[in-house]
Design a binder for this molecule. Structure first.
Ligand code: ADP
Length: 543
C-alpha cells in the first residue's frame, strides 16, 4: 500500500512566494554604513528577490553554481538567501572576519562562480582577489556611492531584470541551496552544503514555541552574522512567518546596538555570548549618574535573546533577567544547520525555584525534534543520562551534515554507523538536558581527572569585578595539566587571585580544581565568529 499524499518537494521558493502573498506590508529595516535606516516592505523584498534570481539566470548561472556573498547583515543579503537558490544556485556566505588568504582559499575550494559583495568590503576583496577569480563581481552599493564600472552593479542588475515573469529553476528537495565553511577554529575550514529539505525542516523545528517561538508579531534583530551558519537559520523562519526584521548592518559595537534597540525595539534577537556580555556592561555603565551616556538607552523589556555558539554563563542570564530580558541558550554547529538543543522550561520544571530555572538556562538544553543525540565514552559505549558521566556528543538527523564538501568521509568526524562526532564533551541528565563541559581540544586533564574549563569560567564570571574570563590548560610535570585562568577585570575594579580562589571554593569547587594561576589580561581574543579564542591564549601562555 502507498500513502495517498502528494509528493510535493520541500522548497525555499514556497517560503518566498508565501511572504510575497501574505506579508507584503510588513517591514524589513537595515542600518546603512552612515547609520541611517533604510526601510523595505516584504512586498519589495519579494519583487527584488525574484529580480535577483532573474538577473542571475540572465548572467548564465547554471544549476548548482556557487554564488558567494561577502556582506554584512542587511536586506540585500536576505535577497541573496532566497534569490540565489530560486535561480538554482547555491549561496555561499563568506566570513568577512577571516584573514584575506583564508577567504580566498575558501572561495577557491568552493569553486565560487560569482560574488555578491558590499561596496564597503571591496578593500577586503582586493586583498584576496589574486587567490580566486570570480567570473562576475556584483557590487551592492550599500554606502550609496556609485559602483565602479569594472564591476556589475547589484541595483542596476535588479532594475533591468524581469522578476515578474521569472520561473523558478526546477529542483528536487535534496538539491543544495547554501553552503558555509566551518570557521576553522580547531582545524582547516571545511564546507557544509545545506539542501532545500534540510533548511525547511530546520526552519520548522526551530520555529516551534518551545524553541525560538517566533510569531508574526515579533520584531527580530539578527546580530549573529548572516555568514555564521546562516545567522543560525533564523532569516528563513522570519520570511516564512512574516516577522519584521531589523538588521544592524556593519554597526555591531555595543553602543550602536543599544542605539538601534532604543530606536527599533526588538522582541527577539540573537548573538554569541560575548556580544551580550559587552552590551550589558555598556548598558549598566551608562546608568551611572556621571556617565556621558546617562539615560541614552532603554533595554527592550520582554525581549527573548537566543544565545549560543559558546557556553552562556549563568551570571549573564541573571544580569539580563534583572532587566526583563530572557536569554534562551542553544547549542549547535555549522555542521548541524545549526540548532541541536535548546534550554527551555520543560513541564517537569513547573514550580521549580528561580535558582533551578537559572541553572537549567545555563545548560545547552534538550535535543530538538528530528535530532538524535548520544554521548559516547572512551570505550565507545553510550554514557548513562545521569547528569554527571561525560563523553563526546554525537548527533544524527535530517539537518545534520553527513560529510564535508570535497572531503572524503573522515573517520575522525563520522562514526562507522553514520553519526557526526561533534568534538564536544558533555553529560546529559534524566530530563535530557545536555551540559557541555568543553571542546575535546579545550579539556583539562589533571591527575587523571577532567576539570571543566566552562564551569570554572562561568563561576569566575559570576564575580562582580569580572568582565570576561577564559580558562585553558597548561602543562604540569606532576599532574600532566593544570588550569590557568585569564581574567579581564571590569574598568576600575580590583580583585586578586586569592579573592577568586575564595570565590570558587564558595561555589563548590574542590581545591584540586582551582586554577593554578590567574593572569590578568586586557581582553580575551575573539574568533572570527566572536567567540573566546582559547588557541590564542594557549599560544600566549604556553606554560
Ligand atoms: P566555530 O568552530 O567557529 O566555533 P561553529 O559556530 O560551528 O564554529 O561552532 C560550533 C561549536 O561551538 C560547537 O561544537 C561547540 O563547541 C560550541 N558551542 C555552540 N553552542 C554552544 C553552547 N551553547 N555551549 C557551549 N559550546 C557551544
Amino acid at each position: 500500500m502507498h500513502s495517498t499524499m502528494m509528493q510535493a518537494p520541500l522548497s525555499l521558493n514556497h517560503l518566498l512566494e508565501r511572504a510575497g502573498q501574505l506579508f507584503s506590508g510588513n517591514e524589513i529595516v537595515s542600518r546603512l554604513p552612515d547609520k541611517s535606516l533604510r526601510r523595505h516592505s516584504f512586498g519589495q523584498f519579494y519583487r527584488r528577490t525574484r529580480s535577483l534570481a532573474a538577473a542571475l539566470a540572465g548572467l548564465g548561472l547554471a544549476k548548482g553554481d556557487r554564488v558567494a556573498t561577502l556582506c554584512w547583515n542587511h536586506h540585500a543579503h536576505l535577497e541573496c538567501y532566497f534569490g540565489i537558490p530560486a535561480a538554482g544556485g547555491v549561496m555561499h556566505t563568506l566570513n568577512l572576519r577571516l584573514a584575506p588568504d583564508d577567504i580566498g582559499w575558501i572561495a577557491g575550494n568552493a569553486q565560487d562562480r560569482f560574488l555578491v559583495i558590499d561596496d564597503v568590503l571591496l578593500p577586503l576583496y582586493q586583498q584576496f582577489a589574486h587567490l580566486h577569480r570570480f567570473e562576475k563581481v556584483i557590487v551592492f552599493p550599500f554606502s550609496g556611492a556609485a559602483v565602479d564600472s569594472k564591476y556589475a552593479d547589484y541595483e542596476a542588475l535588479l532594475a533591468q531584470a524581469d522578476g515578474q515573469s521569472f520561473e523558478y529553476a526546477p529542483h528536487h528537495e535534496d538539491d543544495p541551496v547554501a553552503m558555509c565553511y566551518t570557521s576553522g577554529t580547531t582545524g582547516k575550514p571545511k564546507g557544509v552544503v545545506y539542501s532545500h529539505r534540510s533548511t525547511i525542516l530546520h526552519t520548522l523545528v526551530g520555529s516551534l514555541s518551545d524553541f525560538w517561538g517566533l510569531r508574526g508579531t515579533d520584531v527580530l534583530m539578527p546580530v549573529t552574522p548572516m555568514f555564521h551558519a546562516n545567522s543560525w537559520g533564523i532569516p528563513y523562519a522570519a520570511v516564512m512567518l512574516g516577522v519584521k526584521m531589523v538588521f544592524p548592518g556593519p554597526h555591531l559595537h555595543p553602543e550602536d546596538l543599544l542605539d538601534l534597540m532604543s530606536i527599533e525595539p526588538p522582541t527577539v534577537s540573537l548573538g554569541v555570548p560575548t556580544i551580550w556580555m559587552s552590551l550589558i556592561q555598556a548598558f549598566e555603565a551608562s546608568q551611572a549618574a556621571d556617565s556621558p551616556h546617562h539615560g541614552r538607552w532603554t533595554l527592550p523589556r520582554g525581549m527573548r535573546s537566543l544565545v549560543g555558539g559558546a557556553a552562556v554563563p549563568e551570571s549573564l542570564i541573571r544580569a539580563f533577567d534583572r532587566h526583563g530580558i530572557w536569554l534562551l541558550q542553544g547549542w549547535g554547529m555549522t555542521e548541524t544547520s545549526p540548532l541541536c538543543t535548546i534550554s527551555y522550561p520543560r513541564a517537569e520544571l513547573r514550580g521549580a525555584s528561580a535558582d533551578e530555572r537559572y541553572r537549567r538556562a545555563a545548560m545547552a538544553g534538550v535535543p530538538v525534534p528530528l535530532v538524535e543525540l548520544r554521548v559516547r565514552g572512551d570505550t565507545g559505549g553510550d554514557q548513562p543520562w545521569d547528569g554527571s558521566t561525560v563523553g563526546e556528543i554525537q548527533v544524527r538527523g535530517p539537518f545534520i551534515t553527513g560529510s564535508y564538501y570535497r572531503v572524503p568521509v573522515e573517520e575522525d568526524k563520522f562514526t562507522a554507523d553514520g553519526w557526526l562526532r561533534t568534538g564536544d564533551v558533555a553529560s546529559i541528565d534524566s530530563l535530557g538536558f545536555v551540559k557541555i563541559s568543553d571542546r575535546t581540544k579545550d579539556l583539562i586533564k589533571s591527575g587523571g581527572e577532567w576539570i571543566s574549563s566552562v564551569d570554572l569560567e562561568n563561576a569566575i564570571m559570576s564575580h562582580p569585578s569580572v568582565a570576561e574570563a577564559a580558562v585553558i590548560a597548561i602543562p604540569d610535570e606532576k599532574w600532566s595539566e593544570r588550569p590557568l585562568a585569564c581574567v579581564v577585570l571590569k574598568p576600575g575594579a580590583q580583585a586578586s587571585a586569592e579573592d577568586f580562589r575564595a570565590h570558587l571554593l564558595a561555589h563548590g569547587f574542590a581545591k584540586w580544581q582551582l586554577p593554578e594561576r590567574f593572569e590578568f589580561i586586557d581582553a580575551v581574543p575573539r574568533t572570527s565568529t566572536g567567540k573566546f579564542w582559547k588557541l590564542k591564549l594557549r599560544e600566549r601562555f604556553p606554560k
